[in-house]
Design a protein around this ligand. Sequence first.
Ligand SMILES: C[S@@+](CC[C@H](N)C(=O)[O-])C[C@H]1O[C@@H](n2cnc3c(N)ncnc32)[C@H](O)[C@@H]1O
Length: 260
Amino acid sequence: MPEFLAITKYKNPEDGRKGIFQHAHNTQSHVFEWTHQDPKRLNAFNTFMVGHRQLRPVWFNSFPTDDILFHGPEVDRDAALIVDIAGGGGYDLEAFRLRFPHARGRLILQDLPVVIDGLTDLHKDIMPMKYDFFTPQPIKGMSPVLPYQGSTDIALGARAYYFRTVFHDWSDNKAREILRNTIPAMTEHSKILINEWILPDVNTPVFPALQDIQMMAMLSGLERTETQWKELLKSVGLKVVKFHKVNEESEGLIEAVKAG
Ligand SMILES: C[S@@+](CC[C@H](N)C(=O)[O-])C[C@H]1O[C@@H](n2cnc3c(N)ncnc32)[C@H](O)[C@@H]1O
């Protein structure tokens, strides 16, 4: 890392294909391509993501799920309640399903084909879907198929488009691309939920500060402060409803909707 940063004059790396990881491993592959090329690496990464959850609070046990997710018109059984975008092994949807077995609406797990093809024991109530978040979100809009609360439309756009530890892998420009592919799919009742660190502007505790350095080294990514989140979301026409936080030592949940 010091060698790379000296060469690039200590500029923040922003290109996930030309960063510290590529310099160290002498590769031009993005970390996810490098990981996905080899089933052993993919398996190790998935195991890491399971371990990553240990001793960390789950958002729907820490924050008011009724207000965040269930408030508003009832979700049709055929519509999506949560789309977990880049959801990896589906661990969050599985925990959600166990916690809210009677919640109406579909739980949809999206990730790249290699990840979805590798899923072995996904519960039947979680729908896997191959999806690249640099393309338009396909779970969207209204369908004139079933009657819905007096109307003939049902919202097929999800109640929540959920991202856990996704944006910290990407620079602001790439994060904007992902969001711009999601926003057109949102209905007036849709939310974007982001489960990540929400750092203070000063005095960040050591652990998330180390994570910020790790994201820079591995992915040319970053952990974001509350101010950085606000600016990022505002720049694509979203507004923050609430930053849900337990304390400065754990990740929070950002609840955002379309502005105006
Ligand atoms: C840090 S992991 C987070 C996984 C999951 N959200 C979790 O918290 O366990 C990032 C995920 O992004 C996925 N990913 C990377 N590039 C993607 C793309 N272009 N489209 C969809 N998913 C992608 C990876 O396969 C990986 O599962």
